[in-house]
Design a protein around this ligand. Structure first.
Ligand SMILES: Cc1cc2nc3c(=O)[nH]c(=O)nc-3n(C[C@H](O)[C@H](O)[C@H](O)COP(=O)(O)OP(=O)(O)OC[C@H]3O[C@@H](n4cnc5c(N)ncnc54)[C@H](O)[C@@H]3O)c2cc1C
Length: 411
């Protein structure tokens, strides 16, 4: 019997775990530890509505206070987990508190990767938390020069939001086009056209090697591999994220770019991982994956709540993510390998309203819709059908911003 569940991480996947447990009828005790001082909030608006100022930060809250209260869970906020004894299922916090439970759910997400070896400069930002979004928003003044380092999903979104606010925006990174790693050459080419048309300067296809500015002073630019310096008043570093697993170093759990789990998202007896931090064995693909997207945070949490309560169902979803840039909504079901054959099955690339199907060896791996939500949803079934066939190799982590210096297979 599960008398107490401890969830570490009070954000999308942690909250969804609690909600799913209650929905499925679990009446035992629940404790949630979160290192941030805030009640759970949503991250996707941080690079969009919160960053643009269209939303006040409170609107990003995932639930109203009464809804959280009705969950009858103990939320211990501002408490950082520093160690886990996986055998005893005891977590210790920085303040010295110890919580023991029958089931521990690791939901600690990822942290923004910083620019390696960069001097201490003001005006350099990352974007992961609400505080990060508010600090960056304060610097997004029309007319300023912003350089976004990293042409992945997050970097592309930030470039779009800042450009809409009237900044002079340059997007820099080693790949040929925005989100090339995540959507492949055809669609990233269309995205490059959109950013250029909106006035973003693309300095892509060249690595970024450093930031310039006097130590302790303000950033003045971004240095490319060719030694050219792109002048900047503000820099955002969007070069990917690393799983927040440092507190698990002595836990005995297998850590390998995330918490390694079996097909039921189990890292050890009674210990599970959900959301961005979890690397689990996806039975449909026949390999382990770690997904950094909002839908997975909810779906994996629901799956794990079920497993804790005795359901015997491996977690094998069709991944889904979306991104909003200017008036474009891109929606992706499945995987889009770089070497996939891409054909437009609805709409038209030039009109920027289409659905593209991705195939490897004739087999569908994913679909991408651009401002065609209904048609994209209908095409998803082709991905579902293909996943039920024997496994083919696919990327291990989607979607993630691109590393600056060398594109790695996972980040
Ligand atoms: C700016 C931004 C925009 C995004 N936009 C999109 C989008 O458009 N579409 C999409 O599909 N996805 C998007 N995502 C990704 C999506 O938000 C994540 O996949 C989702 O937040 C993952 O939820 P999570 O709960 O697993 O992890 P997180 O949201 O990272 O939450 C983990 C929580 O655990 C806390 N924590 C970490 N370590 C400890 C510790 N030791 N003790 C206690 N607490 C700890 C963290 O502080 C955090 O509060 C975006 C992400 C960001 C940052």
């Amino acid at each position: 019997m599960t008398a107490r569940v401890l969830v570490v991480g009070a954000s999308a996947s942690g909250l969804s775990t609690v909600e799913a447990l209650r929905r499925k009828g679990y009446a035992g005790g629940i404790t949630v530890l979160g290192d941030e001082p805030h009640a759970p909030y949503d991250r996707p608006p941080l690079s969009k509505q919160v960053l643009s100022g269209a939303w006040e930060p409170e609107r990003a809250a995932l639930r109203a206070e009464e809804q959280l209260t009705s969950l009858d869970a103990e939320f211990l906020l501002g408490e950082t987990a520093v160690a886990l004894d996986a055998e005893k299922r005891t977590v210790r916090t920085a303040s010295g508190r110890e919580v023991t439970a029958d089931a521990v759910v690791i939901a600690t997400g990822v942290r923004a990767r910083r620019f390696p070896g960069a001097p201490d400069l003001t005006g350099v930002h990352v974007l992961r938390s609400l505080e990060d979004a508010l600090a960056l928003r304060g610097e997004l003044v029309a007319g300023r020069r912003l350089v976004v380092v990293g042409e992945g999903v997050l970097g592309s979104e930030i470039a779009a939001t800042a450009r809409t606010l009237g900044l002079e925006v340059t997007l820099a990174g080693p790949l040929a086009a925005p989100m090339a790693l995540q959507v492949g050459p055809v669609v990233s080419g269309v995205l490059a056209g959109l950013h250029t048309e909106r006035g973003v300067t693309l300095r892509l296809g060249e690595g970024v090697v450093g930031l310039t500015g006097e130590e302790g002073g303000r950033v003045s630019g971004v240095r490319l591999a060719s030694d050219e310096v792109l002048p900047a008043d503000v820099v955002v570093v969007a070069i990917g994220a690393v799983p927040a697993t440092e507190w698990l170093a002595d836990s005995g759990l297998a850590l390998d770019n995330g918490v390694v789990c079996d097909a039921w998202c189990r890292a050890a007896e009674g210990v599970y991982a959900v959301g961005d931090v979890a690397r689990w064995h996806h039975e449909g693909l026949g390999r382990s994956v770690r997904l950094e997207n909002r839908t997975n945070a909810t779906e994996q949490a629901m799956a794990v709540a079920g497993v804790i309560l005795g359901e015997d169902r491996p977690y094998a979803p069709v991944p889904y993510f979306w991104t909003d840039q200017y008036d474009a909504k891109l929606q992706v079901h499945g995987f889009l390998p770089a070497d996939a054959e891409v054909d437009v099955v609805e709409g038209d690339l030039a009109a920027r309203r289409f659905v593209a199907r991705y195939r490897v060896g004739g087999r569908v791996t994913g679909v991408l819709g651009w401002n065609m939500p209904k048609q994209t949803r209908l095409r998803r079934q082709e991905v579902v059908d293909a996943l039920q066939e024997p496994a083919v190799p696919t990327p291990t982590t989607v979607p993630v911003p691109t590393p600056v210096i060398t594109p790695a297979p996972t980040h």
